[in-house]
Design a protein around this ligand. Sequence first.
Ligand SMILES: [Zn+2]
Length: 468
Amino acid sequence: MDSFIIHVKNPSEKLTMKAVIWEGKPYETVVREVPRPTIESPTDIIVRVTTAAICGSDLHNYHGLLGGSDVPFSMGHEAIGIVDQEAAKASCPILFPSLPPPCLPHTPAAEYVRVVDGDSVLISIPQGTEHELDYLTCADIFATAWTSITQTGFQPGDTVVVYGAGPVGLLAAYSSLFRGAKKVYSIDHVEARLARAESIGAIPIDLRRGDPSEQILKLEPNGVARVSDCVGMECVNPSLKPQEGYILNDAVRLIAERGGIAITGAYLSGPRDKGEPRQGPQWATVPFDIAVWFTKGATINGGSVFPSQQEPTLKDLITAGRVRPGFVFDHIIDIDQAPEAYRLFSEHKIQKAAINNGEGKDGDVCVRWQRMVSKVHTYRLYEKSHVHYLRAYFPAVPHPANSASLGRPPLPLLAAPPPTSTTNDTPKCCRFRNASRALSRGGRYLNRSLQQAPSPTPPSRGPSQQPP
Ligand SMILES: [Zn+2]
């Protein structure tokens, strides 16, 4: 990393940046100083990343289950940033022949990223930083959760069960409640996650107390209409031991006749490669109790999600102040803290971390990173240094709308997130929130959210909360 060659027109310009890199060792990421990306084709756009998120999908990389044939590679796929106008004027001043291609910064857990075909893959969001974390969720997790509920065949008034109360599972529960679910059960084995689910109006089910189907069928003897699996291949049974197909089979026991199941958590398999040392064929097939399913005739839907399809709806709901999906973030960190955040996230000790790289300034054009195709394709493409999986739109005129400029107060949140710093599950990482970064937009967002009085009762879900 220390021998790349640099040709530069403006010697005062900083030529390198920090990026979160996976170097082929499972359960380990590092922050490296790497060359800043430059425009290599007329359709490239350089984006200065203001906030990137660490996603559960990134943990598949982190665990060595997914990543392709080349290491090292840079991490991440959820980000908000600002178009780097200066880079647009420069003419490729940097050359780095000694760097392996995957190390080039095409993924956004870094300070800058080169977006191939930027005009068609970036999307504008309102100026300002007020709802940065809310918009950030649209790049993947909110869109994925929202789609999962749609794929169950959900109708207002349905009872919903969501396996997993990580960021996607929480937002699936949140989406169900917002869209008019009668009841939502949220299953997990991590107390902090169950508490968060309860705080938004879901009924927590502790996996450690036994099969969720058994627990919930005592309360819903006829089964439930809709089930969303937001866990996927790394699922565990009530003894917290990995068990292939555990959730799918439990869901089939739980589902009502003619109900709908969506499999949203990832299932991936393939030949073991350099970038995926723990990959294997073990998840290509799972045992499935087909007789139980057959007698019920439930639908099974799911698969990879295309966030851009949900984008207009979700962006408008956020802009209008009707949803606040950013509640899933509980830590705002500096990029240097990313390796520790990955570890704590992998150990379920933090809910969702955002890597904050600093404020924008007046006149910046805000854009959001938008992911388009399956995670498998995403990472396969990473190794080719392309980002053609991104697709959205990017109006030339900055979007002026936000909840304030609409001239009306935002609707109440479904519920306020509980203060997480009081749990024993968050030992070292609490310092992240107390760092100077708390003064950043994310810190203000969290502080403001925490000041909301927790709702003692589940929020009413009248027609006014139905999406347009
Ligand atoms: Zn993601």
